[in-house]
Design a protein around this ligand. Structure first.
Ligand code: GUN
Length: 284
């Protein structure tokens, strides 16, 4: 049976260290990092994510403001709001919660966020930096995944890594980070012909497709490391993309849902906010 990578505990220790760091920076600069989260509409999942982010910030001394807008807001009005936050010297991080209503183009809004305040790491310049390997803000979920792999000392060099899912938020950026650590990376998706075959070859499997229990126990290579990014709500319960009970019998390391990737995404967002604050205020 594999060991469970406890994202909740790891996130807690990162948040404890960050709290000390924020206190030190605050004493040094007389300023506190300030994250502004923009929430458009009333999607319950988005509301709950935004509240969790807000709470996590406040607990470690990051000032957090939620700006809620009705989903009748126009794209131009939202661009104006983001531009005013770009100009505001008292704001160090801007996060526009996705998805946005259909009449607003996500990419246009992300392009508007100043790269240095882009705590999500979604701006094209941050994506380019990720691809090239130059300094930039890393997307929170992929960053949290890499921190988890590092925490259990998983060797990536020369290993086969399979990413199931090709989203801009998780699949594509985590593939880049695995490549940076010298893994041989494959990205599988809905049109992949033999997913089981690809999975059985993977030393590291990242499941980020958004389908409950799509990765079954017989798809896991014995001794593999399995990271489950899935958050599927089934009968009011959170279920991962991996059949955890079956997969943990085969894997060497595996993340649970909940308590795995989710808390690490929040920890990484906090790290990114502190990083943006330090860069903008020129702090060390
Ligand atoms: N919606 C789901 N995940 C995310 C995220 O990481 N950032 C933003 N901005 N929106 C999201």
């Amino acid at each position: 049976m594999g060991t469970i990578i406890d994202g909740k505990a790891l996130s807690k220790s990162i948040r404890k260290e960050l709290k000390e760091e924020v206190t030190r920076l605050q004493e040094q600069s007389n300023k506190a990092p300030h994250l502004v989260v923009v929430l458009v509409g009333e999607d319950p999942a988005s509301q709950s994510y935004v509240r969790a982010k807000n709470r996590a910030c406040e607990r470690i001394g990051i000032k957090s403001t939620i700006i809620e807008k009705d989903d009748s807001i126009t794209q131009t009005e939202l661009i104006d709001l983001v531009e005013s936050l770009n100009r505001d010297k008292a704001v160090h991080g801007i996060l526009v919660q996705l998805p946005l209503p259909d009449h607003i183009d996500d990419n246009t809004i992300i392009d508007t966020i100043n790269q240095s305040k882009d705590v999500d790491g979604f701006h094209p310049l941050n994506i380019a930096a990720l691809q090239i390997g130059t300094p930039g803000v890393l997307p929170a979920t992929p960053k949290g995944i890499m921190t988890m792999l590092e925490s259990v000392g998983v060797e990536l060099k020369g290993k086969k890594a399979l990413v199931v899912g090709r989203s801009n938020i998780v699949g594509k950026p985590v593939a880049q980070l695995l490549l940076r650590q010298h893994a041989t990376v494959t990205i599988a998706h809905s049109r992949t012909q033999d997913l089981k075959k690809e999975c059985l070859e993977a030393d590291v499997l990242i499941a980020a497709a958004g389908r409950a229990k799509m990765i079954t126990g017989d798809m896991i290579k014995p001794g593999a490391t399995v990271i489950d990014v899935g958050v599927n709500r089934v009968d009011d319960k959170l279920i991962g993309d991996v059949d955890f009970e079956a997969a943990k019998e085969k894997a060497a390391h595996i993340t649970p849902v909940p308590g795995g990737v989710g808390p690490m995404t929040i920890a990484s967002l906090l790290q990114n906010t502190v990083e943006c604050f330090m860069n903008i205020e020129n702090l060390k």
